[in-house]
Ligand binder design. Structure first.
Ligand code: 6R9
Length: 657
């Protein structure tokens, strides 16, 4: 049993980290910003009118009758409205005379392998793909599984589905045959779209054999449509058809039909930390409204001059909302990159920024920490003066990584927007606005206009400024998930049962003295040390603020004295040497930064950290190591050999005091 804390109150989550740096928006950006501070007041005065205005960015074939129908926890937005998502993302820009504008600059991993698609090109390609899907028997409401590398045919396939009203389920190209099969089965997909392979780390990486293995056990799949990308040999099965055989000969004309605002758009599976993957269901009108609005507001998108690059994989929600739907609905010009950041060299990202004169960059903390580890000299070799706004998503961004990103990538002139959201929320929910917010490094700051997020204690009461607890969303929002595919009860249980009448995303958060929000990681990862709930994020950020540390992950391990004790896994920066004193030095540094309660019991220097394929640290596996258990399910790990490297380090664990 953990000893009780002093006093009679248990804080849901301690607030330990103090951060005083602020970065005001650049004056020039603020003066011309798409969204000003007035938006908060407007949305607060009439939330539904605010979202109606956002929906008016889109082209509707029939206007909605009712903005929101809310039968908690089931929402319908823009009820009675009709639109076509593909028309909104492609055709309307061509009709408005912007057909020659570039939609995508696509950069393959092999150098020199690039392709440019204008909106007119995209329209022809989407129409041909749509006609091919129709020929293959795909109809409105059918499910289509998509398992592809980052090539232009991936967004084209998604838009072709959207055009028909077929529901795509994109499965990340790194997943195994078993994972793919379970997702094909759960959605009962009749078509699978894939490719022979894609380029990763300098060589072709096959996809088709995985599809063959999965589809062998999926009798409901009628066809497998295969793009030739790498030219690798593929075994031709009797369900297989080549993209170039079927799509290329189709007419490039297709008239888009209207779909109901609440018709499904896609299913995207999130693994969560445990259990069966959940098929998150997104629908049409509300989803496109909020992805388009937030892409415009959070990045201050100027479609005529900006070049926008989101480095995520389209297989994750970030790619769905901020490579495909949001940017295309806004008529933006985007970069898509197929490969990894270190191929053929560690400056590849910055070379791409320089080549396309990227102005808006959206990436993840895990990538930023990797670049920090590789050294400041690499980005310094490139001209990145085109950049004007930098975004971060996927994990809490440690203040040190934020400041490094601002300095070494953004030349100290670009605002950094730390955007909090989830597969389930569909679009950004909490984020600074680049022309409004004096941002604090490490804070997602405020809910966007029209979003009512809060932090509550375990009774569901709003915590005062300075307090920590559970993040909740109090009101429905347009791009919210509508349910878990085929499992309404699981939807209710997972998201709407922890706090009465509130959406619970599963994250911990705190409000600082100004009421600004700091995300503190998954509540499942919170550590209970001597009666204090301590977030992994704050201890990790304290470790990363030490000049010798590049990355850190901490977990709570059972301890006879304190209930749980903090065990830290750290990766040192390129220049730092592992020494006998390093553990003591880092433990003292944390104690000094956050207070003695947060002092780690142990520091383990490791070469790598276990991460999911989307780059999130898997603390569950580190807990297994810290508690000397055999290591749990590693199937969602990006690199399964990492756990061996970490386990080998265990005997060198330093435990002092
Ligand atoms: C978009 C995406 C969602 C979970 C979310 C939270 C974490 C994402 C964050 C963040 C702190 C941010 N997360 N963005 N935590 N600050 N800016 O990542 O979706 O893959 O579903 O993950 O990621 O824990 O609940 P998804």
């Amino acid at each position: 049993m953990a000893p009780e804390p002093a006093g009679n109150e248990t804080q849901a989550l301690s607030n330990l980290l103090k951060e005083n740096r602020r970065f005001a928006p650049p004056a020039e950006l603020a003066a011309a910003a798409n969204v000003t501070s007035a938006a908060y007041a407007e949305a607060a005065a009439d939330r539904l009118a605010f979202w109606e205005q956002a929906a008016d960015r889109l082209t509707w074939t029939k206007r909605w009758d009712t903005t929101l129908e809310w039968n908690p926890p089931f929402a319908k937005w823009f009820v009675g409205g009709e639109l076509n998502v593909a028309y909104n993302c492609v055709d309307r820009h061509v009709e408005a005379g912007r057909g020659d504008k570039v939609a995508y600059h696509w950069e393959g991993e092999p150098e020199g392998d690039s392709r440019t698609l204008t909106y007119a090109d995209l329209q022809r390609e989407v129409n041909k793909a749509t006609n091919a899907l129709l020929e293959l028997g795909v109809r409105k409401g059918d499910r289509v599984a998509v398992y592809m590398p980052m090539i232009p045919e991936l967004p084209i396939a998604m838009l072709a589905c959207a055009r028909i009203g077929a529901i795509h389920s994109v499965v990340f190209g790194g997943f195994s045959a078993t994972a793919l099969k379970s997702r094909i089965d759960d959605a009962d997909a009749k078509l699978v779209i894939t490719a022979d392979g894609g380029y990763r780390r300098g060589k072709p990486s096959a996809l088709k054999p995985t599809v063959d293995e999965a589809v062998a056990e999926c009798p409901q799949v009628e066809h497998v449509l295969v793009v030739r990308r790498t030219g690798q040999d593929v075994a031709a099965g009797d369900k297989d058809v080549w993209w170039h055989d079927v799509v290329d000969r189709q007419s490039d004309q297709h008239t888009a039909e209207s779909h109901d605002a609440e018709d499904p758009l896609y299913i995207l599976y999130t693994s969560g930390t445990t259990g069966r993957p959940k098929g998150i269901l997104h629908t049409t009108g509300g989803y496109l409204t909020q992805t388009a609005y937030t892409h415009d507001a959070v990045f201050d998108l100027k479609p005529d001059t900006d070049i926008y690059w989101c480095t995520a994989d389209i297989g994750w929600v970030t790619g769905h909302s901020y490579i495909v739907y949001g940017p295309l609905a806004n008529g933006a010009t985007s970069v898509i990159y197929e490969g990894t950041p270190d191929t053929p060299h560690r400056g590849r990202f910055w070379e791409i920024v320089q080549k396309y004169q990227v102005t808006l960059l959206y990436t993840a903390p895990t990538a930023i920490r990797t670049f920090m580890k590789w050294g400041d000299d690499i980005p310094a070799k490139y001209d990145m003066s085109s950049l004007r706004v930098l975004g971060s998503v996927g994990e809490p961004i440690n203040p040190e990584a934020y400041v490094w990103y601002r300095e070494h990538i953004g030349g100290d002139r670009c605002p950094v927007v730390d955007t909090w959201w989830q597969t389930e929320t569909g679009a950004i929910m909490i984020s600074p606005l680049p022309g409004v917010t004096a941002a604090k490094p490490g804070a997602a700051m405020r809910p966007l206009p029209g979003i009512s997020a809060d932090v509550v204690d375990d009774q569901g009461n709003s915590v005062p400024n300075g307090g920590g607890g559970f993040l909740v969303v109090r009101e429905p929002w347009p791009s919210m998930l509508r349910t878990i595919w085929g499992d309404d009860q699981r939807y209710i249980d997972t998201y709407w049962s922890r706090f009465e009448g509130m959406y619970f995303p599963g994250d911990g958060a705190k409000k600082d003295d100004d009421g600004d929000l700091w995300l503190l990681g998954r509540v499942d990862d919170v550590m209970l040390v001597s009666g204090h709930n301590i977030s992994t994020t704050e201890v990790e950020s304290a470790l990363v603020s030490h000049p010798k540390v590049a990355e850190a992950a901490v977990v709570g391990a059972t301890d006879p004295v304190t209930g749980q004790a903090i065990v830290s896994f750290v990766i040192l920066r390129g220049s730092a040497e592992e020494s006998d004193d390093i553990a003591a030095e880092l433990r003292n540094h944390v104690a000094k930064t956050l207070g003695p309660i947060a002092k780690p019991r142990q520091i383990l220097v490791v070469p790598e950290l276990p991460k999911t394929r989307s780059g999130k640290i898997m603390r569950r596996l580190l807990r297994d190591v810290a508690e000397n258990r055999s290591i749990g399910d590693v199937t969602t790990l990006a690199d399964s050999t990492v756990m061996n490297l970490i386990s080998e380090k265990l005997p060198s664990a330093k435990s002092e005091d």
